[in-house]
Design a protein around this ligand. Structure first.
Ligand code: NAD
Length: 288
């Protein structure tokens, strides 16, 4: 049986070291890293995500400033708030929880955030920097996934990595990071032909699709390492539960290691948000 990659334990260790770093920044530099979190509207899942992020900040000693805006908020109002936060030197990181209501263009919002405060790593300048290998702010989910892979496998050089999904927030940055690690990278997506056949050639398989348990045992190579980014809520046996894009129970006997859902990539995403916030605060204060 393959091993279970414990993302929660790794995220706890990372958070513990960030907590020490925050304490040292406060003691030695009078610098308390801070993040502003903006939530527009009343999407229940977004409320849960924001609550979790704010709670994590508090645990680590990072200051969090919450802005909860009504669903009627106009794009102009949101952009004005972002501009104020860009100018505020007490704020190191800005996160606007997506999705935003329909009257607001999410691209305009992302691009309004100062790149050095874009702790999600979604700004076009941060995306471009990653694409050319001059990493600035790396999106949290791919960053956390890469940390788990390196912890599990060490040197990734020469491995064939297949990424399922080509979104700007997960699939594309994940492929760029794996390429930087000298993997041979294949991206597959909704229009790919023979997707199962390609996945079967992967030493590393990253699934970021949003289809519950899509990846079965016959999609994976014996001994492969699997990162399941998917978070899908399904009703099963009269219960609501979270499952990934990978059929974990089906693949685990065949693979070297796999992340579970929940408890895999999810906790790493929040820990990496804290990591990016601390890094942003240090950079803005000129601390190496
Ligand atoms: P997205 O909808 O933006 O992108 C999905 C991608 O999957 C697309 O590129 C599409 O081409 C591809 N796809 C769709 N159907 C496919 C098919 N049948 N075969 C192959 N590829 C197909 O989604 P996203 O934002 O990249 O998120 C993907 C999943 O990851 C979702 O379940 C999301 O909830 C989850 N997610 C988890 C975290 C985390 O912290 N663990 C963070 C972000 C997203």
């Amino acid at each position: 049986m393959g091993s279970i990659i414990d993302g929660k334990a790794f995220a706890d260790r990372l958070s513990e070291s960030l907590k020490l770093e925050v304490a040292s920044l406060i003691a030695n530099h009078n610098l308390q890293p801070s993040i502003a979190v903006v939530l527009v509207g009343d999407d229940p899942a977004s409320h849960v995500y924001v609550r979790n992020k704010v709670r994590r900040c508090e645990q680590l000693g990072i200051e969090s400033i919450e802005h909860r805006l009504p669903s009627s908020t106009s794009q102009e109002e949101l952009l004005t708030l972002i501009e104020q936060m860009n100018q505020d030197s007490n704020i190191n990181g800005i996160l606007v929880q997506l999705p935003v209501p329909d009257q607001i263009d999410d691209k305009a919002v992302i691009d309004a955030i100062a790149p050095e405060k874009d702790v999600d790593g979604f700004h076009i300048l941060n995306a471009g920097a990653l694409a050319v290998g001059q990493n600035q702010m790396i999106p949290c989910t791919p960053l956390g996934s890469l940390m788990l892979l390196k912890d599990q496998l060490g040197n990734l050089s020469g491995m064939h990595a297949v990424v399922i999904g080509r979104s700007n927030i997960v699939g594309k940055p994940m492929a760029s990071l794996l390429l930087q690690e000298n993997c041979t990278v294949t991206t597959v997506h909704s229009r790919t032909r023979n997707i199962e056949e390609i996945c079967r050639t992967a030493d590393i398989l990253v699934a970021a699709v949003g289809i519950p348990r899509m990846v079965k045992a016959d999609w994976v190579k014996e001994g492969a390492t699997i990162i399941d980014v998917g978070i899908n809520r399904i009703e099963e046996d009269g219960k609501s539960r979270l499952v990934g894009d990978v059929d974990f129970a089906d693949v685990i006997d065949k693979v070297n290691a796999a992340t579970p859902v929940p408890g895999g990539v999810g906790p790493m995403t929040i820990a990496c948000l804290m990591y990016n916030t601390v890094a942003a605060a240090k950079k803005q204060a000129g601390i190496s």
